[in-house]
Design a binder for this molecule. Structure first.
Ligand code: CA
Length: 224
């Protein structure tokens, strides 16, 4: 297994290289984003560890550039603790996972192994939960073969749930992902949209898929 480390801090770079080499990996390491692009284009790696904050071309530019060019090499991003929006952005741009600095090497190694086991396959274009089918690429959803007439916002909301089946999503999380913003806690925008989505997704059917988890948020799953 060959990995590429893109990290501008010399100490961290050396520490990661040593750790991964001891764990049996072959390691390439670069300091600058511009160099990373060249190395990525020139040689194959099984996984890339990408620091977000780099001088010049940053981690976001690298991962989005790779994905735009059809390069599906798994990417694990390293971010600072206070950069929640960055993490969201990184995942949306096509990163496979992220880890917040500072971290224990054992944790990074475990994440790397998980991502490698999962392989380079991206999210499937069609998600299936019970009789619900969400076609991400065509922006269509159906239940029991019946097409659901959703607005783009409702579709975005449903896709977010579909990608995270079984995970309880907080209102804040939903607002950040579907509206790309934070609402103040008094706002009921998320609840209003969930109600509209439920009217189309669940009301006509016996089996309900969106469940309210009191004090926490909402979850999409077959039964709860
Ligand atoms: Ca850095």
């Amino acid at each position: 297994m060959k990995i590429l480390i893109v990290e501008d801090e010399q100490k961290t770079r050396a520490y990661l290289r040593k750790g991964f080499e001891e764990a049996g990996f072959t390691v390439d390491a670069v300091e600058r984003g511009e160099d990373a692009f060249q190395v990525i284009a020139d040689s194959h790696h099984d996984l890339i560890i990408l620091d977000v904050m780099l001088p010049g071309l940053d981690g976001w530019a690298i991962v989005s550039g790779m994905r735009a060019g059809g390069d599906e090499t798994p990417v694990l991003m390293l971010t600072a603790r206070d950069q929640v929006q960055d993490r969201v952005r990184g995942l949306e741009l096509g990163a496979d996972d992220y880890l917040v600095k500072p971290f224990a090497f054992s944790e990074l190694l475990a994440r790397v192994r998980t991502v490698l086991r999962r392989g380079p396959a991206r999210q499937p274009d069609i998600l299936k939960i019970a009789d619900l089918e969400i076609n991400i690429a065509r922006m269509r959803a159906s239940r029991a073969g019946r097409r659901l007439d959703l607005t783009p916002r409702e579709f975005a909301l449903l896709s977010l749930f579909g990608r995270r089946t079984g995970e309880v999503l907080s209102r804040t999380f939903i607002a950040e992902h579907v509206w790309d913003m934070n609402f103040d806690s008094e706002s009921n925008v998320v609840d209003v949209h969930i109600r509209r989505l439920r009217a189309k997704l669940d009301d006509p059917f016996d089996v309900k898929l969106i469940h309210t988890v009191r004090g926490m948020g909402y979850v999409l799953e077959e039964s709860r």
